[in-house]
Design a protein around this ligand. Structure first.
Ligand code: SAM
Length: 486
């Protein structure tokens, strides 16, 4: 008599009340959702953070299931460089010849096997179910065979097998072990060296692979930080006097966030806005400008600080749709502009509409490579190209030049980036200052005295800059230079 198990048939009574047979097992919704996010990022050039809410809604995921899908998607995208190096040794053809949608699923499976506490049998069977449901039976068998090979070692053992020797090729090792493109590791190596932190590369790259916690800003004059911490059941941030670190949960559900009295904002970004407000005494009667304001996080904090000090903020942004975001960030629930806001405008900051000397303080939060915020945007390390700097650096220089023209004698300009790469930070400031004799650089560490170990590279003038780091400060790698017009 034929053995029913051989035909995939159901032995009488064997599965009663147990798992359905593989061919009929439905794919797990959290895995399907993560897979859909990977597809949207790959096919539609989507941003994982932006598509996630819709995908979670489509799959009806909330609470822990939504958290699982988010970690599956974001973690897989962040660590895909390491997983690809491992998968390449488990597949009998070049990875480039594996169908992209199958590779997405293999990466998802590898993430569960190597970086999450999912038991191997569950990581493999759920991935195989997903491939069967979305791609087909043949690829499901292939995924099963490949993931069984991946399951043979844990992550440290795999890294020892597939990464270059860190002694002879530290950049190559960092690239494979910590899943960053090689050029990004080289750029971050230079950035750390310029700040005197050459021995921190591993820590920085590892921090880029951690999901950032959620921090809130309590906008001064609108909600007290302690009240926000109590409402959100969070802790005060270490350096920003207006920040609250959350244990988890949905910050959008908080009444103070819904009302705009508080907002989600990285602690480093809060410190940038505070630097402009604290870079000079007083403020009463002053006009402040945020030259590159979209989507408006720093502008919202600046407006609150301006209102407290009797100053008025104008927010400028080049792209119309981002100006709309700024306007929303700077509006009260009734639609009127928040206290402290003079105007919100769309305009090219390199060809500003205002007369020279119009403003007392200007923030240039320049468009940049974002290599200091990689943990926040899972796919960005794979999208950025070294050639991006060729267009960004001249734009950064022009924007800083405009800002210096727009500020009155004695006024202050803060130049900031969410990149620690010297080409976008000190080099930009040095280049612009070399071309003019009406500006002096101020010690930026003195403007943010509460942040320890924050000195960045020194400017050619000898003035200190501030450089924050994910691994040292648990913030994005914000750069700050403070300049004063003579
Ligand atoms: C790093 S983001 C600013 C983030 C913002 N300060 C915040 O905290 O939400 C840089 C912004 O500069 C804008 N931008 C790019 N080129 C510009 C230009 N020529 N003039 C003004 N803004 C520009 C970009 O559209 C982008 O919104």
């Amino acid at each position: 008599m034929a053995d029913p198990r051989r035909r995939g048939g159901r032995p009488t009574g064997a599965r009663a009340g147990g798992r359905p047979p593989a061919a009929r097992r439905p794919a797990d919704p959290a895995r399907l959702a993560a897979y859909d996010v990977l597809r949207a990022v790959r096919v539609d050039d989507a941003y994982a953070n932006l598509v996630l809410p819709d995908v979670l809604r489509k799959h009806g995921l909330t609470g822990r299931d939504a958290g699982l899908a988010t970690e599956l998607a974001a973690g897989t995208i962040r660590r895909q460089g390491t997983y690809d190096a491992i998968l390449a040794t488990c597949v009998d053809r070049p990875l480039a010849k594996v169908e992209a949608k199958v590779l997405d699923a293999l990466r998802l499976g590898a993430h569960q096997l190597l970086s999450m506490r999912v038991p191997a049998h569950a990581a493999i069977s759920t991935t195989v179910d997903l491939v069967r449901a979305r791609i087909g039976q043949g690829p499901a068998g292939f995924a099963n065979a490949v993931l069984r090979k991946v399951a043979a070692h844990d992550l440290p053992a795999w890294v020892r097998r597939v990464a270059p020797d860190p002694g002879t090729d530290p950049v190559g090792f960092g690239s494979v072990a910590h899943s960053h493109p090689r050029w990004v590791v080289a750029a971050l190596t230079d950035a750390l060296a310029a700040a005197g932190r050459s021995d921190e590369l591993d820590a920085l790259l590892a921090a880029d692979n951690e999901a950032p916690g959620v921090t809130l800003v309590a906008r001064p004059g609108r909600i007290d930080r302690d009240a926000l911490a109590a409402q959100a059941e969070g802790e005060p941030t270490a350096y920003s006097p207006v920040g609250v670190r959350l244990p988890g949960g949905d910050p959008g559900a908080l009444p103070s966030v819904a009302a705009g009295d508080a907002g989600v904002q990285d602690e480093g970004s809060q410190l940038v806005a505070l630097a402009l407000a604290d870079a000079a005494e007083g403020g009463a009667g002053e006009r402040w400008l945020d030259l590159c304001a979209g989507p408006g996080g720093k502008a919202a904090l600046l407006a609150a600080l301006a209102a407290q000090r009797g100053a008025l903020l104008t927010a400028n942004e080049a792209q119309e749709h981002r100006t709309a975001l700024v306007r929303r960030a700077l509006s009260l629930p009734d639609g009127s502009l928040a206290p402290g806001v003079e105007d919100v405008v769309t305009g090219d900051g390199t060809a500003p509409r205002w007369e020279p000397g119009t403003f007392d303080r200007v923030l240039v939060d320049a468009p940049c490579s974002g290599l200091g915020a990689l943990r926040r945007r899972p796919e960005s390390r794979w999208r950025r190209q070294p050639s991006d700097l060729r267009t960004l650096v001249p734009l950064q220089e022009r924007l800083l030049g405009s800002a210096l023209d727009l500020v009155r004698p004695g006024g202050t300009v803060v130049y900031a980036t969410c990149s620690p790469v010297p080409a976008e930070t000190v080099s930009v400031v040095d280049t612009v200052l070399a071309g003019r004799d009406d500006v002096e650089a101020v010690d930026a560490t003195a403007v943010l005295p509460g942040v320890p170990d924050a000195a960045g590279p020194t400017l050619a003038t000898g003035a200190a800059t501030v450089q924050l780091w994910p691994h040292a400060h648990r913030t994005d790698a914000m750069f700050v230079a403070v300049l004063r017009k003579r």
